[in-house]
Design a protein around this ligand. Structure first.
Ligand code: HEC
Ligand code: HEC
Length: 225
């Protein structure tokens, strides 16, 4: 027998599943510039990036534990339509209509969340190859060590993003954007980097980074999935 409470629970779960645009409608009332950045994160951004910025879908980048300065830079570029790759334009131009202080608050909120670990999705050889490229680069191919800029644990700093723990799918997509377009206005250093990466390099780097959420990055201990 279904209790009425269960029925209510089921019907609201159904509404959430079917009415995917309901939260977007609600977010229209967020046009008021006095709404706090934190309210935005919970009522609008959470739909794709989750309440704590640990998006569960590989289509949406994780924001948890991201560098605050990097988040401010990107949200400003997205709001001003300067970061103009197709996915950014489609998903983020509308969402980033925020004031300077809302951007600061949103960035502060996500930078203070802890990034969650993803399961190891690759074989040890791929992970170790990705790790070696990340830490040492490959001089003969002109690939610089990513760690020089992104930090030994991929933790990021200031205008340089955290990569550790990020969805592999998103990393691959951005490396392609840097390599093949000028759609990210601060992308010049990455265009040079991405230029010399093969498809296999990109995949190994992305899988290694997704499997390594920062401070717990396991140097030399990639284990079987
Ligand atoms: C409908 C889904 C959706 C919503 C809602 C959404 N985002 Fe996004 N967001 C995306 C997608 C997709 C991308 C990746 C764009 C790309 O591939 O360039 C993204 C990218 C970003 C980035 C860039 C991350 C990086 O590592 O460079 C930031 C910052 C961001 N979103 C913040 C927010 C904030 C703040 C909100 C709420 C005001 C929000 N997003 C709402 C889908 C969404
Ligand atoms: C010379 C410094 C430098 C080196 C070396 C470097 N990066 Fe970057 N990277 C940056 C900067 C700066 C950005 C931010 C660009 C922007 O704001 O658009 C960035 C952004 C990225 C992004 C986008 C992240 C996001 O959240 O959207 C990825 C992915 C990335 N780098 C991967 C790598 C990999 C993999 C390597 C090594 C093969 C590497 N980087 C080496 C400076 C560097």
């Amino acid at each position: 027998m279904m209790t009425s409470k269960t029925k209510v629970l089921i019907s609201s779960a159904l509404m959430a599943a079917l009415g995917a645009c309901a939260p977007l409608d609600r977010s229209r009332s967020l046009e008021n510039p006095d709404v706090s950045g934190k309210t935005f994160t919970q009522q609008a951004c959470a739909m794709c990036h989750q309440a704590d910025g640990n998006s569960t879908s590989p289509n949406f980048p994780k924001l948890a534990g991201q560098s605050k300065q990097y988040l401010i830079d990107q949200l400003t570029d997205l709001r001003d339509h300067k970061r103009k790759n197709e996915t950014s334009a489609a998903f983020m131009w509308g969402m980033a209509r925020l004031s300077e202080s809302q951007i600061e608050q949103v960035a502060d909120f996500y930078s203070k969340q802890t990034i969650t670990a993803e399961p190891l999705l690759a074989d040890p050889d791929t992970l170790n190859y990705g790790k070696k490229l990340f830490l040492e680069g490959q001089a003969d191919k002109g690939v610089p060590a990513c760690a020089t800029c992104h930090g030994r644990e991929g933790e990021g700093l200031g205008p340089i993003p955290r990569l550790a723990g990020q969805h592999a799918n998103y990393i691959i997509r951005q490396l392609t954007v840097f390599k093949t377009t000028d759609d990210r206005p601060r992308g010049a250093p990455m265009k040079y980097v991405a230029h010399s990466l093969s498809e296999d390099d990109v995949k190994a780097l992305a899988l290694f980074l997704q499997s390594s959420p920062g401070k717990t990055l396991q140097v030399g201990t990639a284990s079987k999935p």
